[in-house]
Write a protein that binds this ligand. Structure first.
Ligand code: CMC
Length: 433
């Protein structure tokens, strides 16, 4: 038997001790198994924001925040960004391996078979206010998918789980494009399954029935890169939400809707929209120092959007890749977004020399640049986080599937430290002062 490594935790008041086993991972921090702590010592652990807590074992994605490493199933993100495509990455995340040729055709066919959405969903979309935020619509519509596939879905069956995962990956672009078309009053487009995943999405977003539409290969490649970089990011807030919701046995479409709702926040996926709003607000490079000062002021709620990360404390490898892609794209496409990019580059330069940001290890994250790419592609601001949601759907469903195939299938249920009123007796209204 391999040497068992333990850490002994001793309560200095009672003198009682407990041995906590150290569980090694393949890479990164080992974790301390504290499951016996409450029963042996009578303590829970306290970790607001779960910054030091591993909630599960996972085989999908690995991040080394100090070294700026991101691996999907062991493959470095830089290699996938250079050589792979989004759908191949989906296969990798879902099944753990890059597909061989025959499997690749089969997987493509499976995804294509499910790109259409039930016409009832489109009637549902028509019920929204014309200026509804597409992220709000997406939460509702993906949640509504659960009503279309509920009775026929048995999540204890691996094939059913796989079908739900494929459906979500296939349908999200169609639903997202429908939300956009509805908001601008244009007729919905149908998927054209001879097109690739990304081309098809662009076609459903930007084509009109009256004219042919051929997406630019530069745009397709840029969006493909964006989607690869956003496909998974281990136990982030939205993925943890999906896993937690899934742990109760809830319908997977409803679980993913919960993930979409979590992603929407500006501290998470909503940052890409917030970055563009911030850059537009700044509008003049001369104004940058004022915004940097505001970000440092504790009394001002303003933060530099697209800066900082819970895990990356050196650099975000996705930001490096996307920054280069911005350079390339703005050279190739209409340079209307060049001034915004220049403000971003200058802001990055100033912040990275500022003691406040240096001391706190605050670096640009992926969303500092992703909005500039999306703007250059003609994607409207309120669709930015929707694109993130389309890309992250594979991560969500891969984690949801992993939860059900693993041994740790307990319902998620964090503990708390109660600091409210001590026990007290009910006082009748007539007796209250
Ligand atoms: N601007 C100014 N100060 C900041 C920023 C920022 N963007 N981010 C963190 N800080 C400060 C923070 O005030 C704190 O200072 P102090 O130690 O003096 O109290 C210190 O840095 C540590 O910050 P934190 O809030 O404890 O860090 P966190 O790990 O809880 O939060 C974060 C991470 C990403 C939510 C945060 O950095 C942030 O709000 N950034 C802006 C929003 C953003 O860009 N989000 C996208 C994340 S990447 C895409 C994704 O995965 O969703």
């Amino acid at each position: 038997m391999k040497n068992r490594k333990v850490v002994t935790v001793t309560d200095s008041t009672s003198g009682e001790s407990v041995e906590c086993e150290v569980l090694e991972g393949v890479h990164g921090h080992a974790v301390l198994d504290i499951r016996s702590l409450p029963s042996k010592l009578g303590y829970f652990t306290y970790d607001p924001g779960f910054a030091s807590t591993a909630s599960c074992s996972s085989t999908i994605t690995y991040i080394d925040g100090q070294e700026g490493v991101l691996l999907y199933r062991g493959y470095p993100i830089e290699q996938l960004a250079q050589h792979s495509n989004f759908l191949e990455v989906c296969h990798l995340l879902l099944y753990g391996e890059l597909p061989a040729k025959a499997r690749w055709s089969e997987f493509n066919a499976e995804i294509r078979r499910h790109t259409m959405v039930h016409e009832g969903i489109r009637r549902f979309i028509a019920g929204y206010q014309h200026d509804a935020h597409p992220m709000g619509m997406l939460v509702g519509i993906v949640g509504a998918l659960s009503t279309f596939y509920h009775d026929t879905l048995d999540i204890s069956e691996p094939e059913h789980r796989e079908l739900a995962a494929i459906r979500m990956i296939a349908k999200l672009p169609s639903i997202a494009a429908d939300c956009y078309k509805y908001s601008i009053g244009q007729p919905f487009m149908y998927p054209i399954n001879s097109l690739g995943y990304v081309e098809n999405f662009l076609q459903m977003m930007f084509a009109v029935r009256a004219e042919p539409y051929i997406p630019s290969p530069v745009a397709v490649r840029a969006l493909e890169l964006m989607m690869i970089l956003h496909a998974d990011h281990e136990q982030n807030a939205s993925t943890s939400t999906v896993r937690l919701a899934g742990s109760s046995g809830a319908n997977p479409y409803a679980c993913v809707a919960a993930g979409i709702a979590t992603l929407w926040g500006p501290a998470h996926g909503g940052a890409n929209e917030a970055v563009i709003n911030m850059l537009r607000d700044i509008s003049d490079p001369a104004e940058i120092p004022r915004y940097v000062e505001r970000a440092k002021d504790r009394n001002d709620p303003f933060r530099l959007m697209g800066f900082g990360h819970r895990v990356y404390k050196n650099f975000d490898p996705r930001a490096t890749l996307i920054r280069q892609a911005c350079h390339d794209l703005l050279q190739d496409l209409d340079a209307g977004n060049q001034p915004l990019f220049e403000i971003a580059l200058r802001l990055e330069e100033i912040a990275l020399q500022d003691e406040y940001f240096v001391e706190r290890n605050l670096y640009p994250n992926v969303d500092f640049y992703s909005g500039i790419i999306l703007s250059a592609l003609g994607i409207p601001l309120n669709m930015f986080t929707v694109i993130f949601a389309i890309s992250r759907t594979v991560g969500w469903v891969a984690h949801w599937m992993e939860f059900f195939s693993g041994e740790e299938q307990r319902i998620g249920r964090p503990q708390q430290r109660y600091v409210g009123a001590a026990r007290r007796d009910y006082v009748r209204m007539t007796d209250r002062g």
